[in-house]
Design a protein around this ligand. Structure first.
Ligand SMILES: O=P(O)(O)OC[C@H]1O[C@](O)(CO)[C@@H](O)[C@@H]1O
Length: 447
């Protein structure tokens, strides 16, 4: 099986071999600790062996449910926030035609998203769009209580029942949530919705290879079997028994921590393929929510090149030297477009005539890497052979495993997210949620 490849060569001027070697033990110990299951956050290690533990029966159930939604819906709304939608959107966007939403004739239902913001105009416009559509809903919330998806689900469930009738709506709603707890579980049980379980041991940002991601990806018409196969392959390639210098997850975790300790406080995930924009977003939550603790942690930023070379390129080239880049590079385009020759050549592009557009993109990528490294920005590179389910699955597991190792090297718990409760408490107090009376009084005194 072809695999994604990590290249850390363009960090060697910033992290010496001795320094990198000094991280070998910490990275190996962190990897072993994950597998021993006795480290910080060890209640949330269900993602570690997830790829190899998904059964044929589970895959068939996901495929069957996806078929029901595919056969009966022209639109499927994925409701969820954070890890409850980012993994699905990252994979679906990476594999879909860039103009899929505008296609007149469709093989697959259009996937749209809700519950990932609290925007009245967004929800109004989505409900207006759905007015004359046969749509289904995949409502996803591990806790089952997150405000944003719950609000969207209340609105869209009411609309679906009004448009299709309660009985038909019941067949077009799937809930993915906790096996026993939370409002979404209670509602799904009461209404008789088809449900899938998010195991307690799998945190939201690590849940893309559970029904959270797999069901929407299957509904979109992509191969969850290939995605799982790629993840399983990297479950093996990043295991604790793999030597440090051959273990991509351990190496990436070690290099990024060495760079962080040397003063590189921000990591910028870079792509040269716009379909990976939401993969950036998935990665930002995975690393930001895992490592941003105890006033520590690399800040995860992201850009789409060459687009953002025309917005962020100046800062990256000549701003504060506290950044490094991890470039996700897709080696082979799925399509071919060559630069035409032009008799007048007024644009001066005839020197490119006959070349593949991707050849131009690759030279932009190489030129950018040279400029940034020369400018004091270390570069790591993750090469994907193609944008296919297999390599996306490999990359998902690679970043998940490296995140666990990196968090343990940093000395924090990579699997909790206590900091996200602060805004929620204030929001509930300001909204005068029952039970928050004291908090309401206190926060209003601050205003
Ligand atoms: O799936 P849930 O429980 O609605 O949580 C959604 C997201 O919110 C968070 O819990 C943060 O509040 C993320 O970790 C999670 O991915």
């Amino acid at each position: 099986m072809k695999t994604i490849k990590l290249n850390i060569d363009k960090t060697s001027n910033f992290v010496s071999k001795d320094v990198l070697d000094s991280y070998e033990k910490r990275a190996n110990d962190a990897n072993s600790l994950l597998h021993e299951g006795i480290g910080l956050g060890n209640d949330f290690l269900g993602w570690l062996h997830l790829p190899s533990s998904i059964s044929e029966a589970e895959i068939e159930e996901l495929e069957a449910t996806a078929k029901t939604l595919r056969d009966n819906c022209e639109v499927v709304v994925v409701i969820g926030i954070g890890g409850s939608y980012l993994g699905a959107k990252a994979v679906i966007d990476a594999l879909s035609c860039s103009f899929d939403a505008m296609q007149a004739t469709r093989k697959n239902p259009l996937i749209v998203y809700a519950g990932h913001n609290i925007c009245e105009d967004y929800l109004f416009e989505l409900q207006s769009f759905l007015k004359n559509k046969k749509f289904g809903i995949i409502s996803i919330s591990k806790s089952g209580t997150t405000t944003e998806p719950a609000l969207a689900f209340r609105l869209l469930r009411e609309q679906l029942e009004a448009q299709q009738g309660k009985a038909s709506a019941q067949q077009l709603i799937v809930a993915v949530t906790d096996k026993a707890r939370g409002a979404l579980r209670t509602l799904a049980t009461q209404e008789g919705y088809k449900t899938f379980v998010i195991e307690d041991s799998v945190g939201g940002r690590y849940s893309v290879l559970t029904p959270v991601g797999l069901l929407p990806i299957a509904v979109a018409g992509f191969s969850i079997r290939d995605l799982i196969a790629g993840a399983m392959h990297f479950e093996n390639l990043c295991g604790p028994e793999i030597p440090f210098d051959q273990n991509p997850a351990a190496l990436y975790a070690a290099v990024r921590n060495a760079l962080y300790q040397s003063g590189k406080k921000t990591e910028i995930l870079v792509n040269f393929h716009p379909k990976l924009h939401y993969f950036n977003e998935w990665w930002k939550q995975l690393y930001g929510e895992s490592e941003g603790k105890e006033n520590k942690g690399i800040f995860p930023a992201a850009v789409d090149f060459t687009t953002d070379l025309h917005s962020m390129g100046q800062w990256i080239q000549q701003g504060e030297r506290t950044i490094f880049e991890t470039v996700v590079s897709v080696q082979q385009s799925n399509h071919e477009v060559r630069v035409p020759s032009d008799e007048a050549n007024l644009d001066g592009l005839n020197y490119l005539a006959g070349k593949r557009v991707d050849e131009v993109n690759k030279m932009a990528e190489l030129g950018t890497m040279i400029a940034h490294v020369d400018g004091g920005v270390p570069n790591l590179k993750l090469e994907l052979p193609e944008l296919k389910e297999l390599y996306l699955g490999q990359m998902i597991y690679f970043f998940e495993k490296a995140c666990g190792i990196s968090g343990y090297i940093l000395g924090i718990n990579p699997f909790d997210q206590p900091g996200v409760e602060d805004y929620k408490k204030n929001m509930f107090a300001l909204l005068e949620k029952p039970g928050y009376e004291e908090a309401t009084k206190a926060i209003k005194a601050k205003l």
